[in-house]
Ligand binder design. Sequence first.
Ligand SMILES: Cc1cc2nc3c(=O)[nH]c(=O)nc-3n(C[C@H](O)[C@H](O)[C@H](O)COP(=O)(O)OP(=O)(O)OC[C@H]3O[C@@H](n4cnc5c(N)ncnc54)[C@H](O)[C@@H]3O)c2cc1C
Ligand code: SF4
Length: 546
Amino acid sequence: MSGGWAAKEFCDKGLKTLVLERGREVKHNIDYPTTNMYPWEFEHRGELTEAVKKENPIASRCYVFKEDAAHFVVKDKEHPYIQEKPFDWIRGYQTGGRSLLWARRTQRWSDFDFEGPARDGFAVDWPIRYKDLDPWYSYVEQFVGITGNKDGLPNLPDGDFLPPIELNCLEDHFKKVVEQNYPGRNVVNGRGAHITENREIFAKQGRASCQYRNLCQRGCPFGGYFNSNSSTLPWAARTGNLTMAHNTVVESIIYDEQKGKATGVRVIDAITKETREYFAKVIFVNAGSLNTNLILLNSKSGRFPDGLGNDNGLLGKYIAFHNYRAEISAEFEGLKDKSVSSRQPLSSYIPRFRNLKTQETDFLRGYAAEFSAYRSIHTNTEGFGTELKENLLNPQFGNWYVNAQMMGETIPKEESQVSLDAAKKDEWGVPLLSIRVDYDENDERMFKDFMEQFGEMYEAAGFTNIVKKDAKRPPGLDIHEMGGVRMGKDPKTSLLNKWNQLHNCTNVYVTDGACMTSTATQNPSLTYMALTARACDHAIRESKSK
Ligand SMILES: Cc1cc2nc3c(=O)[nH]c(=O)nc-3n(C[C@H](O)[C@H](O)[C@H](O)COP(=O)(O)OP(=O)(O)OC[C@H]3O[C@@H](n4cnc5c(N)ncnc54)[C@H](O)[C@@H]3O)c2cc1C
Ligand code: SF4
């Protein structure tokens, strides 16, 4: 997702650009084998066999690891890693990475988020603020296509939105109850990377309006949602400046001590296992947070014996994630005269309301939540001929159901880290990544508060049969792992400066989740893309000024 943006920006500005991808090539539309399949065309009706699940205990905990999209998810045995503590590392090794699979939710950060570490005294201060990223959010949003409603909230800045996807009647009921009874709390239309209005910029990409099929993880024949395969990468290729090498594993970055900068990368052919070197003036590392940490840790030289740019020993440390463990569901017995017949690719969203202006709880930071509502339908498939037709045409509607999932910020800590295993290597001879990340007391307190606050709001909305669930999932399944190469003002306490350059090797930029100083509660990929576009602009300006 972020690397595609770097490719687009450099190619657009006339720079010859090489994208190195460890996985296979996946071409938009051509390599989406399941995109138009009906449920009955799948051998196992969309499910995976018990044998596949048993072989893949990690991947199969992810909801997209199903018969229609499992081919885009890394299987457990193919790319092992070490879990010092349980961590579900969900990856997609192919053109487009995990942009093929993502749930498309995108929200901007606000200054409540950028100022968090400085205000609350954890991690280090971000070297940028909202105003630095605001124009780059717009720049990315206009190209990607982001649906949303302009809500005018200080804690969730509005973007350059396409028309919103409507709330359904029960989401709307909950919105009214929450906003009338809980000042400062809001339920807003889902914000996400779906085209809801055709525009010239999307037509130029060969993309068109979302058809609400809600089968996005298969790859979308309309390009209705954003992924790198349908958007940034083909755009970059059309400039004639892009070369893309697949099945090419980046092993490390080459550092030239005499020149005092990085000169290229060492790669291993994933199929033949031959090694090669490529040389470049500027290198962007966008391997997807933890893999970016791995590459930098593995880039050892006389000048940097502990990994590229790692003078302060903090590379791989201060990893954080999102806490999605808490879920609260319920039933609603009203609105019996209404039902929904469309498919909604984005649910509604409740922005963070805790500890925004003052510290009001016994935990730091806060949580956002996604909220969805649907009505149960039962179709009687019994009978023959006319009776069967009548049954099929007249489904029985039951109660409405609602569900909210917490999206909690976690605190990056020094002990939350990744490192290279000293002995174990993968089949390409690259050291395995060892991951040590866990929940802490702050997460437990936040979990409790979410359940209390949502329980109360559910009761106020007249919801019944409230069920509070601790999904007990290990960290990682949120798929928002961040940090390890954090941005900061001071080279003694951070790895990257305000332009995402390594403090000590400025022609190497890191603009994926590895650069994140803290996590906020928002889905992070929009911020990775905006940071990438901003850093490319800086790199291009720098190279012109030399
Ligand atoms: C099911 C699911 C739902 C999600 N929902 C959301 C959401 O709603 N909103 C949101 O913001 N985010 C969401 N995400 C997360 C989102 O997909 C990631 O944040 C985003 O894709 C990260 O972009 P990236 O460029 O950092 O990495 P990726 O998209 O993962 O791309 C990294 C690329 O680097 C390649 N690579 C790795 N190592 C090497 C190497 N050594 N050499 C060469 N190539 C290498 C990989 O093969 C891959 O193609 C979701 C993810 C999943 C799987
Ligand atoms: S819901 Fe929209 S974006 Fe997703 S597959 Fe359907 S048309 Fe494509």
